[in-house]
Design a protein. Sequence first.
Length: 471
Amino acid sequence: MASPVSARQQCLRQIVEQLGPSRLGRELGLGRLRSLNDLRASLPIMDRARHERDVEQHLGFGLSDADQDRARELAGGSRERAEVVSTWGQLRRNTTVRRVALLRGHNVDPIVDRIARDDVRALDAEVLAIDRIDAPDAVLDRLEDFDPELMLVPSVLTLRWLESVYRGPLERRLQSLRMVLAEHDRGNPVRSRVRVATAGWIYRSGRLGLPTLRPPDHAVTLAVGSQIIELLPYGNPEEDARRVYASETVLPERAILGQRYELVLSSPLGFLRLRTDEHVRVVGFDPPTEAAPFPRPRVVRLPAAPPDVALEGCTVAGAWLTASIRQAFYREDPALVAAEIGPDPRSVPRGVAAHQAAASMRLPDAFKDTELGWFARTGTQRVERHRPRALLVKIEVQGYVAPELTGFLSERIDQSLRRRSPAYDYLRQREELQPPRVMVMPSGTRLAEEDRRVRELVGGAWVPEVRVVGM
């Protein structure tokens, strides 16, 4: 059997070979990495904003322009493909499949998109690939003419959306359909009686999760043989709204049953200890394999926690914001359909926004002595960073909206936040923060957003009822 770190060591070697010679690789010292411990000790954990600023925008290469065989090897899609195809076969009870419909849009990297297509081609069946939905009726006609026995969709909501267009269970129109494999949103109900199982999980850094035969039905096994996966523990958000993360990650084989983690990924496609904002809870372990000869965590995916919002003088926990909106609606009020809450751009002091934009510009050295460079430097010296002084709440409701509703909701949300956050309450007493501003959105806004996500055929389509957004 291979050594316990053989798959990870191979991935690390590819990271060093691919990224080490670049300017970024030389600055980070990637050429000196010899083990996973070196990687974890040398590179910090980066959130999305920092990773995009410090890593992705400095790479300057595209795998789609490289040799296709080499690019596929770096993507790592073939390493655990045999297990994926085998699990699909066992889910079908090893029945022969002749026609497969793949509904999947194009993601950021065409090499990553190819992983799912190569998985389907490994079934040795005729494949109908649909990468976007423009006319729903035309897509249903194509599917009916093809009459697939197996269908792969990015989200369970894709299947539910097709049922809403057909206005009935989909197997009535697709007579041969026996199973649907979905990647996201497994908790949503569908009308169809065909079996809906987990297809796996493909992230923009490569394969992230494998389908599993073990319960629960919506679980996946982390693809620890395809890329380097670390787990970042944090406290239970149900006990403390302000999420507290551990200072160090743990390796998958040291995961604790029942613990919640955020996934941290590294892969040769240009990802270095990226905090993905993808959250999981460990529900079990699958047996070792040759690629990963240690117990592999079996996880269920968790919705991302609402982010905190930074206001002038204090930061309000995202969980408090979402709870304050839900509790602001009384029985006599219209039903809440969807809501967004975040900082109010209008509450930034007038004239500050433009200076902030100039002060935050990172200009190349060639602009240092120009007028633009002088403006950025002087703006940085004399303009302090100002944050919004109020929240903006956008709501969509079902029912009659009285003119005074927005005022009532603003007052209730404000009072709820003052009870939860002493810092917010103190600043409101001093009138350094303003009450939330509430806007009513047109009816159908949420359905239009879900419709757009489904038509793109990329990733999950479900959105939470109450969302926290940034500026």
